[in-house]
Design a protein around this ligand. Sequence first.
Ligand SMILES: C[S@@+](CC[C@H](N)C(=O)[O-])C[C@H]1O[C@@H](n2cnc3c(N)ncnc32)[C@H](O)[C@@H]1O
Length: 358
Amino acid sequence: MSATAPQAVNEAKLHEFMMKAVGEMGAAINTALIVIGDKLGLYKAMAGAGPITSAELATKTNTTERYVREWLSAQAAGGFISYDAATGRFTLPPEQALALADESSPVFLPGFFQAVEATIKGIPKITSAFQTGKGVGWHEHDACLFVGTERFFRPNYRGHLINEWIPALGDTEARLKAGARVADVGCGLGTSTILMAQAYPKSTFVGFDYHAGSIELAREAAAKAGVSDRVKFEVSSAKQYPGQGYDFVAFFDCLHDMGDPEGAARHVLETLAPNGTWMIVEPFANDKLEDNLNPIGRVFYSASTMLCTPASLSQEVGLGLGAQAGEGRLAKVLHAAGFTRVRRATETPFNIVLEARP
Ligand SMILES: C[S@@+](CC[C@H](N)C(=O)[O-])C[C@H]1O[C@@H](n2cnc3c(N)ncnc32)[C@H](O)[C@@H]1O
């Protein structure tokens, strides 16, 4: 046995890494503070309020000043809010207000941190899965994952789905406007389904998801949006959902979560009208690992470790595509299932949108 000689530590590099790690420590623990600030309405109460003291914010939000002062100090240290030492007042700048307090803004972020809360709660299950190789299903996570994911994706779908993604799919927009039958598979809380229903009043929609809890919330959301007459939600897996002759099938951020994406693709082919279109929205990724080693790739690989890969491994086949499969790998799955025409219709920094036709 040959022992490896210890490598000399470069002090400057160590210092550089420690400083980076301190930033990460602050960011990591700030997840808890963001979730609390979001839940208690602290960011919302600060938005547009101008400079405010901890006592004023506590009164406004019915919270305790001592806690609020500490939270404000942490937010100021992290650059989430600003602090004026002369007056002892804190301000949420308009840019941060958009990202942290405005649910209708295209950059609203707190949903992401709610989902991170679920990954932290999931640490024991995922640790054990690393050792056993078994999966952890989407449905096995804390409910903050379902709500957090919906709140995080909603601004993205509002911003791109109707204005950019559907118009990029050949004749699909015209068909939806004229009246089409649509299936939204792996629909989660149904936000994408409802957005499409609102945009295309002549079309009918059915959202499918294997997770009963999500389908229940999707039904409530459809009723609230006043579209229940044209939007149904049913508990069903991607390989078994009912119906035939769909003009348009959509999968939003879920194909890679499935254990058998090729089986799901075969089922889409069987249920799609001969001239129908399948849209697959997936996290943005390049084909090679080395080309995904950037901040967005880091977020996706991390979510994939804690959520997507375990979800896939929990189902039959357990292909484990991961959230950074990339177009090449995804297209291979779709071609293997029998789709002959697959192309990248469009993309954003966060998503690839593939169009598949029989
Ligand atoms: C990341 S979430 C995306 C949810 C939703 N499409 C959205 O964009 O907000 C993945 C969804 O896929 C669903 N899912 C996973 N495997 C599935 C399967 N085999 N059949 C149907 N749904 C599945 C999960 O229950 C979950 O709702």
